[in-house]
Write a protein that binds this ligand. Structure first.
Ligand code: HEC
Length: 109
């Protein structure tokens, strides 16, 4: 009996931990919007106009990226990491969480 309640206490603790770390991991579009300020010099998300880079308005509603790959989190993040053709590489400039927030934000534009 004692053992059982100890076990369920451990279970509840593990669950609480899982929930907290899940929350910490959850992408936050609001934070992504803030992070996007460093991208907005080159990327519009409202008018659809091209700046230095293509407008990212409706990016996730488009079928394909400029490089011909389908618009998925992995492919968009690959572009952000690698940059190229006038875009700086962000692989070391943004944390994984910041990139996840950015992707969450880009889905809202
Ligand atoms: C100095 C200007 C500049 C900055 C800053 C910049 N980009 Fe770019 N970005 C570009 C250019 C130019 C391209 C087009 C590259 C090409 O044609 O291959 C591009 C392409 C992209 C694409 C691919 C779009 C498509 O339709 O294929 C994505 C996504 C993107 N950028 C996201 C971002 C994000 C997110 C940030 C901020 C973390 C950012 N960019 C910062 C210039 C910039």
């Amino acid at each position: 009996m004692k053992m059982k309640s100890l076990l369920s206490a451990a279970g509840a603790f593990a669950l609480a931990l899982a929930i907290t770390s899940n929350n910490a991991m959850a992408a936050d579009a609001k934070k992504g919007k803030e992070a996007f300020e460093q991208c907005s010099a080159c990327h519009d998300v409202e008018s659809g106009e091209k700046k230095m880079g293509p407008s990212l308005k409706g990016l996730y509603k488009k079928g394909k990226l400029h490089n011909g790959k389908p618009v998925t989190d992995a492919n968009v993040q690959a572009v952000i990491d690698a940059g190229g053709n006038g875009m700086p590489p962000y692989a070391d400039m943004l944390s994984g969480a910041e990139k996840a927030d950015l992707l969450a934000y880009l889905k809202t534009v």
